[in-house]
Design a binder for this molecule. Sequence first.
Ligand code: 5CA
Length: 438
Amino acid sequence: MRLSRYFMPTLREAPADAQIVSHQLMLRAGLIRQEAAGIYAWLPLGLKVLKKIEQVVREEMNRAGAVEILMPTLQLADLWRESGRYEAYGDEMLRIKDRHDRDLLYGPTAEEVVTDIFRSYIKSYKDLPKNLYNIQWKFRDERRPRFGVMRGREFLMKDAYSFDIDEAAARRSYNRMFLAYLNVYARLGLKAIPVRADTGPIGGDLSHEFIILADTGESEVFAHRDLVEMGAPGPDIDWEGDLQPLVDKRTQLYAASDEMHDAAAYEALPQDKRMTARGIEVGHIFYFGAKYSAPMKANVTGPDGKDTPVQMGSYGVGVSRLVGGIIEASHDDGGIIWPDSVAPFGAAVLNLRVGDAGTDEVCETAYKALSDAGLDPLYDDRDDRPGAKFAATDLVGIPWQLIVGPKGVADGVVELKRRATGERQTLPLDAALKAIIG
Ligand code: 5CA
């Protein structure tokens, strides 16, 4: 992409009402624009990152055996009357009437819709287990939308729903999601801690939140240090096999957020293993058995020929919240530092003297080579001061910067900067390209 043709409206100053660094940087780097309280337009750079996060989540869901569908944003109130949640959900639900005076709502989550889909088609244990997910916009009329995309009213969520014949099978589905989540966050360059959680309006008796560490987080977490250090299980585990030991290894270690904290259990840990921090909830998984399937009559016939309500769980990832969460976890005074896995562009080419034939030519060569290698480079071909170009490239957080000026070109070299470390090297173009492309 040539920056002269692109739309990347960066700002020198963040609006005064942006309180946390991710919100400030998302506005300054031109990722989002506020349309109404808690409602944002996604500008090109923000949209690219959002789509990349979405794709990582999708790949890990598919790997764990979940199947993608797409449910509508608008849902029928009647389905929520069946589950008993229509009145109970309260003011957070945006309620709408259509021209026929039917009650609709903008979905804050989709247990009812997916249960309705399930019961229309699946009647036998032979067709289980199933896990259906979608990545779709949700609306919750939060009383205090704040911190930009972190607590929005309209936000993008990945929500998965598992269906099993009995509790043991439902726990296997829960375990698959538990481990898949750890892999998602690891691929996004994040350290996520699974903590026992309260189930809130979703209900159920088993639930974990996934919290990433950041000073501005809304939750306080208390955890065993070994859990924080323990890596994700990785993609190559046997997804069809017994995952319980991998889950137990993690859930055995103390971890809780404020609302579930057990001070006595925590203080029983050796002093050097205790860790408290603030964090951001970027995922939440629930096992709730027949909470929806029983009232909605989503029954399946078991091997004994008897009908029972299907056992369900639901599993959410805050996809749009993660854009802010990654920035909270990875930035410096100059701006955002994207992990390579979600960077909006893989590399930037900075032309320091647009119009100089030699400089232009080296830039074009670099731009083509990086494009051909699939790095999706951003070429800063604007006629602007070098200082402004450096600042903008740092601000938007592109992982590699290839800096080309007339003096270097005369000497046969370019400068290569790695955004994350600030490390700079002066070297011939071929060597620089090799360092980036590998
Ligand atoms: N039905 C379940 C799981 S699919 C559910 O809705 N869970 S949830 O309420 O915990 O939401 C899932 C995830 O969405 C949360 O972990 C959080 O990361 C994200 N999320 C929730 N509310 C907001 C919000 N107002 N703004 C941005 N992200 C949100």
